[in-house]
Structures are given as structure tokens and as C-alpha cells.
Write a protein that binds this ligand. Structure first.
Ligand code: BT5
Length: 323
């Protein structure tokens, strides 16, 4: 209902919407409306209330719609073209469709709200309106299938660098989680289409939590999810700036990768990764075991030492810390 109230306020432009009308429309009490409005204010929306007139959205403090931004993305390729959707099932799905239609390298799909945000392995990504960055970017690298997982590490490094630019201290948890103070603030989903052993295109989906308070997360992830707001409530950056910075970081790491291969990306990735020796529980298709991280190979494969001292190469797995 909160998101629908926000939508109604937005569509009402500069006018006022009375609490009574809103209550009628959303079939709840005026008190409930007031509570929702209060929560929206806590999220950063400036909503004015005038006696006998009602509520008005003074300014979308942090618009995600690029037509409301101060200017276009300042890159050559990544994010040069942005397709924005107020709501969508998943930006991944849309990006796949656009890629099949031939949209160029760097095209980004951006959404205010995802109804069916996707994580890996059929899991969900919680993506409500107003609080985060939910984007999928089309990449068209000339790569073998084998090298494609390196793109996930490249994107993780770009997200980490973006957060550093805003003064945060991110840690990357292999392969696709970005943590702040031990909480997951960002996840990356890499999907691709291939022709034999060459990549046709890659869709990188990036979810980044920005304005959520702890209580805004569903209970089942409240103890492990985080946002930029939770780290620093006074100076949470605007989504426009975060998106633009992210695009330019991806662009520069992508060029580095294309020109010099994975090694320089690996070095940047390692500078943000959880320290060697971090204890973890590995769940892969083949096995479940506990061990400590040893690092990544020059190909981007994770190395984990088990209790017997044997080193395992991990190509894809779920990793739990504090095992
Ligand atoms: C990921 O999966 O971390 C990849 C997430 C990618 C999301 C982006 S948003 C734009 C694009 N469009 C999409 O539809 N998806 C991409 P995974 O490693 O499987 O982690 C998923 C798990 O993280 C869930 O099972 C929850 O436990 C947790 N989770 C869900 N929503 C979260 C959130 N907003 N913040 C932190 N953790 C979350």
C-alpha cells in the first residue's frame, strides 16, 4: 500500500490528496494512511500535509527516473542508454529481451520496483520502490564461456569501488555479495547467452540497497541484509549519483579487462575481498564442507582449504560465513 500511496501522490503532481480520499481508495483507515505517510517520510520522501487539504509530495528527494536527473550518464558505453520502468517483473528478463532484439553493449534497464526480482538459483531479490538501485546491464564481450564468470568478479569490484567513492568500506564475499559491516548491501546476478563456446551477450543484474532501515527488510533477511542508510543515515547518497558512478566504474574496469585481461581485475578484487583465512561453509552441487579461504586463482576460481588441509577449487557455490 505504501508504494501505491507514493504512486498516487506522484500522479497527483502538485495537488493535495486528502487522507480521507486515500483511505477510501486503499480501503483502510485515515490513521493507517497517516502511518504509511510517516514511513515514507522516514524513507526520505518529503511529504507536506496541510490541514483540510491533505498530503502533497513536495519533491521526490531521490528520483530514480532518469528524466528527473540533472543530466545523462557521463560514460561512452555503459549506461549511455537507460530504459526506465516504474515497475517491472524483473529487469533481468527485460534486458534479455532487449539483448535479443539487438540493443547495444552498455544498455541499462533500471526499475523503481521489481515484483519478481531474481537472485541466483531461483531465489528472490527483495526490490521495493524508493529505496534501492535495481538494474540490469547488457554486455557484449568477445569472451569464451570459460572466462565469463570473471565478469561477475569485475562487476563486484566495480560495485566495491563505487561504494569506496562514497566513503564506505566494502568487503566482497566470493563471488557476488558486497558487504558493509558484515551485512549484504548488494548482490550480482550474471546470466548469459552463448553460441557454442563464445559468449553472445551477458546480462549483469545488480541490486544495491540504499535507503532501507533495518525494519524495512523482510524478517527472514533482517539479520544479514544492510543498506547504505544503515551505515550512515545522515549522508546517504542519491540513487542518481550512485548509478552514474557505478556505470563509470564498470566502464573503466571493463576496458582494463579487455586490454589487459583478468590479472589487474583480480588485484582490485583482492583488495576488497574478505581476508584470507576467513572461515566459511561451502555448499556446492558436489559437496558441503567447512574450511578457510585461500584466495582466488588467476582465472577467478575460489580456493578453499578444508580441515584436512586439502585445497578445493570452487567454481560455483553458496558460501556461509561464521561456519
Ligand atoms: C543475488 O542472489 O545476490 C543476486 C541479486 C541480483 C538482484 C538484481 S536487482 C536487478 C536485477 N534484476 C533482477 O531480477 N535481479 C537483479 P543470491 O546470491 O542468490 O542472493 C539472494 C538471497 O539474498 C535471497 O535468498 C535472500 O536471502 C537475500 N536477499 C534478498 N533480497 C535481498 C536484499 N534486497 N538485500 C539483501 N539480501 C537480500
Amino acid at each position: 500500500v505504501k508504494d501505491q500511496i507514493l504512486k498516487a501522490l506522484r500522479e497527483n503532481n502538485d495537488g493535495y490528496l486528502s487522507g480521507e480520499k486515500l483511505a477510501e481508495r486503499f480501503r483502510c483507515s485515515r490513521m493507517a494512511i497517516w502511518k504509511h505517510i510517516d514511513e515514507l517520510r522516514n524513507r526520505g520522501y518529503r511529504i507536506e500535509s496541510v490541514h483540510r487539504k491533505g498530503y502533497r509530495l513536495v519533491a521526490d528527494l531521490d528520483p530514480i527516473d532518469p528524466t528527473q536527473w540533472s543530466g545523462p550518464v557521463d560514460t561512452k558505453e555503459i549506461g549511455r542508454e537507460v530504459l526506465f520502468f516504474p515497475e517491472i517483473d524483473s529487469t533481468q528478463q527485460m534486458a534479455h529481451q532487449l539483448a535479443r532484439e539487438g540493443r547495444p553493449h552498455g544498455t541499462a534497464v533500471l526499475a523503481e520496483l521489481q515484483h519478481g526480482g531474481k537472485g541466483r538459483l531461483g531465489r528472490n531479490w527483495f526490490s521495493p520502490a524508493g529505496v534501492g538501485l535495481w538494474t540490469s546491464i547488457i554486455l557484449r564481450p568477445n569472451l569464451t564461456l570459460e572466462a565469463a564468470p570473471q565478469i561477475t568478479l569485475l562487476i563486484a569490484a566495480a560495485v566495491a569501488r563505487t561504494l569506496v567513492m562514497f566513503g564506505y568500506d566494502p568487503k566482497i564475499k566470493w563471488p557476488n555479495d558486497i558487504l558493509l559491516a558484515g551485512r549484504k548491501v548488494s548482490g550480482i546476478l550474471t546470466e548469459l547467452q552463448a553460441d557454442l563456446d563464445r559468449v553472445k551477450y551477458i546480462i549483469v543484474g545488480i541490486g544495491l540497497n540504499i535507503h532501507q532501515r533495518l525494519q524495512d527488510f523482510p524478517e527472514n533477511i533482517r539479520d544479514k541484509a544492510g543498506s547504505l542508510y544503515i551505515i550512515n543515515p545522515e549522508q546517504t547518497p542519491r540513487r542518481e549519483l550512485v548509478f552514474k558512478t557505478l556505470c563509470s566504474q564498470i566502464e573503466s574496469l571493463y576496458h582494463l579487462y579487455m586490454e589487459h585481461g583478468f590479472l589487474p581485475i583480480k588485484a582490485i578484487w583482492e583488495s576488497y575481498s574478505l581476508p584470507m583465512g576467513t572461515r566459511m561453509k561451502i555448499t556446492s552441487l558436489k559437496k558441503v564442507f567447512e574450511g578457510t579461504s585461500v584466495g582466488i586463482t588467476d582465472q577467478g576460481v575460489l580456493l578453499v582449504k578444508d580441515e584436512a588441509g586439502e585445497i578445493h577449487q570452487i567454481h560455483s557455490a553458496d558460501i556461509e560465513l561464521n561456519a
